[in-house]
Design a protein around this ligand. Structure first.
Ligand SMILES: Nc1nc2c(ncn2[C@@H]2O[C@H](COP(=O)(O)OP(=O)(O)OP(=O)(O)O)[C@@H](O)[C@H]2O)c(=O)[nH]1
Ligand SMILES: [Mg+2]
Length: 187
C-alpha cells in the first residue's frame, strides 16, 4: 500500500469522525434546547373559605409543599397556584376572621369551584357559625351551581366530630358535594 493511499484513508476516517461528532453535538443541542415547553395544563379558579383557624392556609401550604411554620392568619385574601399533574388550581383564600367574612361575597366572582374548610373540633357555637356561613355560600348565586368541597379539618384532635356529627347534610337538598376528612395536615 502506497503512502498516498494510507494518507487518503486517514483523511477519510478523520472526516467521518468529525461528521459523527457534529451529528452528536447537533442531536444533544436539539434535545436540550429545542424540546419546546411541556403541554399547557388547564387552570381553574377556586375560592377557599371557612372560619378563622379552620386551616385554609395550612391546607394550601401543604398542597404547595411549603413549610407550615410560615402560616399566619390571613388578613384580606391570598392566592396560591396549586399544581397537580393534570391541572393547576388557582386558589383564592379569603380570611375567615369576623371582620373579613362580611366581604367574602365580593370576591366570589369568576370562581369555578369552592373549598369550604371546617374545624371539626371547634366549639358548638363556632360550628354553628360555620354552618351558617356554609349555608350562605351554598345559596349564593355566584357559588350555588359550582362544585363544592367541604373539608372536615382538625380530624387529628380528640374532640373532632365526624362528618355525621357536624350535621351538614341537611344544609342542602342537593348532596352532590364532596365531604373529605382531613387528618393531621400540618403535623
Ligand atoms: N391539629 C391541627 N391543627 C391545624 C390543622 N389545620 C390547621 N391547624 C392549625 O390551626 C391554626 C390556624 O391555621 P390556618 O391555616 O392559619 O387557618 P386559616 O383558616 O387560614 O385562618 P385565617 O387565615 O385566619 O382565616 C394553625 O396554627 C395551624 O397550624 C389540623 O388539621 N390539625
Ligand atoms: Mg389563612
Amino acid at each position: 500500500m502506497g503512502s498516498q493511499t494510507v494518507r487518503h484513508e486517514l483523511v477519510t476516517k478523520h472526516a467521518q469522525n468529525v461528521s459523527k461528532v457534529r451529528i452528536t453535538v447537533i442531536y444533544c443541542f436539539r434535545a436540550l434546547c429545542c424540546k419546546g415547553p411541556p403541554p399547557a395544563r388547564p387552570e381553574y379558579d377556586l375560592v377557599c373559605i371557612g372560619l378563622t383557624g379552620s386551616g385554609k392556609t395550612s391546607l394550601l401550604s401543604k398542597l404547595c409543599s411549603e413549610s407550615p411554620d410560615s402560616v399566619v392568619s390571613t388578613t384580606g385574601f391570598s392566592i396560591k397556584a396549586v399544581p397537580f399533574q393534570n391541572a393547576i388550581l388557582n386558589v383564592k383564600e379569603l380570611g375567615g376572621a369576623d371582620n373579613i367574612r362580611k366581604y367574602w361575597s365580593r370576591y366570589y366572582q369568576g370562581s369555578q369551584g369552592v373549598i369550604f374548610v371546617l374545624d371539626s373540633a371547634s366549639s358548638e357555637d363556632d360550628l354553628e357559625t360555620a354552618r351558617n356561613e356554609l349555608h350562605s355560600a351554598l345559596q349564593h348565586p355566584q357559588l350555588c351551581t359550582l362544585p363544592f368541597l367541604i373539608l372536615a379539618n382538625h380530624q387529628d384532635k380528640p374532640a373532632a366530630r365526624s362528618v355525621q356529627e357536624q350535621k351538614l347534610e341537611d344544609l342542602s337538598e342537593d348532596i352532590s358535594h364532596l365531604f373529605l376528612r382531613a387528618k393531621g395536615l400540618v403535623i
